[in-house]
Design a protein around this ligand. Structure first.
Ligand SMILES: NC(=O)c1ccc[n+]([C@@H]2O[C@H](COP(=O)([O-])OP(=O)(O)OC[C@H]3O[C@@H](n4cnc5c(N)ncnc54)[C@H](O)[C@@H]3O)[C@@H](O)[C@H]2O)c1
Length: 305
């Protein structure tokens, strides 16, 4: 199959590219390298350095005869989306529209979309959020992910375009950028290995669902033929606090310093975790890498690089 991975030079996208190639698919990457890295690009894939908003994206769809699109290119910095919601909407909303218009015109079979369970749902209490949990995005980034899901729904209904939305928890693993805002595991790994100070915002009791990148990739592969025109959470169903994450990573990386606690960031959820039973049932997918294994893999990679 001919697969287009947008954001294929990024953290999750590059792992997806490797997995499609390993399955025997042909892979085309579109990435503007705004946060992605050249060293992440698999040499066996065909790479186009291009913004997803570019009108010449149509030439790629036309020439490459794309059958499946896995859309991972995005502006994903929550704080940047607050500071510049127009930029966020350009990349995330106009970007997906450009892709969907090409999918419609060139009769692509299916689109898989990387959404976010961490920013779409409101505050969770004792139960993890299922897919029908009320939406309550607290950032323009969350709004743009939700809007993208509605555009997919519209293209599905109106033009019979197949799609699957995957709402990820906090994805972590090798190749995650430690300098961004998103990946706390990557940020802590880098700082601990360089013996730098680590800041925790708030009291550190805020909880998130940390899912390993290899599991996320398997979720994408499992919805090639299944789960059409539907939405699935991709997480672990477990909520881990920043304090426990810090403690566990300290042991793995033999870091001796204490964290420095800073004032909480406004608009941050206290607890966010995902019920993944729908993906288990429909996609026959469930997370396989537990947090300790995932941390070992991730910190080993950061050590090596
Ligand atoms: N990392 C997470 O925890 C997480 C959680 C939920 C959802 N997601 C989603 O998964 C996707 C991938 O995230 P990631 O963590 O791998 O981030 P990443 O920054 O490593 O990857 C994003 C890629 O998109 C590229 N890109 C950005 N804007 C572009 C544009 N206008 N045109 C072309 N390419 C562009 C970047 O260069 C980068 O390679 C995103 O859609 C993100 O919203 C990530």
């Amino acid at each position: 199959m001919k697969v287009l991975v947008t954001g294929g030079a990024g953290f999750i996208g590059s792992h997806l590219v490797d997995a499609y190639l390993a399955r025997g698919d042909e892979v085309v990457i579109v990435d503007d390298l705004s946060s992605g890295k050249e060293e992440n690009i698999n040499k066996r894939a065909k790479f186009y350095k291009m913004d997803i908003q570019d009108t010449s994206l149509a030439n790629i769809f036309k020439e490459e005869k794309i059958e499946l699109v896995n859309h991972h290119a995005a502006q994903l910095d929550v704080r940047k989306s607050v500071a510049d919601p127009i930029f966020d909407a350009r990349v995330n909303i106009l970007g997906i529209l450009n892709i969907l218009e090409n999918c419609r015109q060139f009769e692509v079979n299916k689109v898989i979309f990387a959404s976010s369970g961490g920013v779409i749902y409101g505050e969770c209490k004792d139960e993890p959020a299922g897919e029908s949990f009320p939406a309550g995005p607290l950032s323009p980034y969350g709004v743009s992910k939700l809007a993208s899901e509605y555009y997919l729904y519209y293209y599905g209904k109106t033009f019979a375009l197949n799609y699957t939305v995957l709402r990820y928890g906090n994805v972590y693993g090798p190749r995650q950028d430690p300098y961004g805002e998103a990946g706390v595991v990557a940020i802590f790994s880098e700082k601990m290995l360089e013996n730098n100070e680590i800041n925790i915002f708030g009291d550190g009791k805020q909880m998130r669902d940390y899912v390993y990148v290899g599991d996320v990739v398997r979720a994408s592969l499992s919805c090639m033929e299944n789960g059409h025109n539907d939405i699935f959470n991709v997480g672990t169903g477990e909520a881990i606090s920043v304090n426990s994450l810090f403690k566990e990573m300290k042991e793995v990386l033999d870091y001796k310093k204490d964290a420095i606690y800073k004032p909480a960031r406004t608009g941050e959820l206290f607890k966010s975790f995902l019920n993944v039973s729908k993906a288990e049932k429909v996609l026959n997918w469930k997370p396989e890498v537990n947090f300790s294994q995932g941390l070992e893999e991730t910190t080993a990679w950061f050590r090596k690089t």
